[in-house]
Ligand binder design. Structure first.
Ligand SMILES: Nc1ncnc2c1ncn2[C@@H]1O[C@H](COP(=O)(O)OP(=O)(O)OP(=O)(O)O)[C@@H](O)[C@H]1O
Length: 261
């Protein structure tokens, strides 16, 4: 099933507005096709939910977007830079929070961020200022000197978000970033990221949780490596003929993406 949105706002309208642009991206692990021709775009100030059940290919897509490995085919551009031809320029515009935490638990909160800033060529007073700004934005100023180990799961995720923003990326990638958080922390993190739209950040938020996708400007349903549908949350339900996005998602995917092969 392929459902095209009839509303022009569903995809970024001008070439200039597109921050992340994927065309016919393919990736296989041996004989297993994890991504089978994925095309999508994320615009400036847009929050796009990539909604897919387990095994849909979300993490594989994020690994390609963060340069961990190359696609077998297709094209990925970040702010006009091809990730294969010009990876340094492309990756400079990307901030990412992975599913698994990558913080150093024994380092302080600010030290984790300074380390990341240095990887992006930021040092000295400029780095200190960016780190302080990022921590303040997420209400973490008072925790700046604490070892990450002493923070709650919710605050650790906020530190990861602050770190992802230190180099002021145009595009933020969130890979199932709320996994393991309680409902209040999940909502807080989602709200923090939704607020980034006002600063022009384009967000690709991967999730298997329909309530998170309901908050998005646009939802892309990924299933077994292919995009099944795309549109505003309420449009998707209407086009599938279901009462809610949750029902539409279940109807399209059966609620599970795992293959027996
Ligand atoms: N390193 C690997 N080797 C072989 N197959 C893999 C590998 N990584 C992923 N796959 C397969 O590729 C497909 C897509 O997996 P991927 O992890 O990208 O999905 P996902 O949407 O992130 O799922 P989840 O929500 O469970 O993390 C699945 O069929 C998975 O079994």
């Amino acid at each position: 099933m392929k459902i095209e949105s009839e509303v022009s706002r569903s995809t970024p309208s001008t070439k200039e507005a597109v921050l992340l642009d994927l065309a016919d991206v393919r990736k296989s692990y041996g004989a297993r096709e994890a991504l089978r021709g994925v095309s999508l775009a994320v615009g400036r100030g847009e929050f796009v939910a990539l909604l897919g059940p387990n095994g849909a290919g979300k993490s594989t897509l994020f690994q390609l977007l963060t340069g961990l490995f190359n696609a077998d085919g297709g094209r990925i551009e970040v702010c006009g830079h091809d990730i294969r031809k010009d990876p340094v320029a492309a990756l400079a515009h990307i901030g990412v929070v992975f599913q698994q935490s990558t913080l150093d638990l024994d380092l302080g909160v600010a030290a984790n961020l300074r380390f990341h800033a240095a990887l992006h060529g930021l040092g000295g007073a400029r780095a200190r200022e960016r780190v302080a700004d990022a921590l303040a934005r997420l209400g973490l100023t008072e925790r700046a000197g604490d070892p990450v180990r002493e923070l709650s799961g919710g605050n650790r995720r906020k530190v990861e978000l602050a770190r992802a923003l230190v180099h002021e990326p145009a595009v933020l990638l969130m890979d199932e970033a709320t996994v393991g958080l309680d409902p209040a922390s999940r909502r807080q993190l989602l709200d923090e990221v939704l607020a980034l739209r006002a600063r022009g950040v384009g967000v690709l938020w991967a999730t298997h949780l329909v309530d998170e996708a309901e908050a998005a400007d646009r939802v892309i349903v990924l299933h077994r490596g292919q995009i099944l549908a795309e549109g505003r949350p309420q449009e998707l339900a209407a086009q599938v003929g279901t009462a809610s996005l949750a029902d539409a998602f279940l109807q399209m995917t059966g609620g599970s993406g795992e293959r027996a092969d």
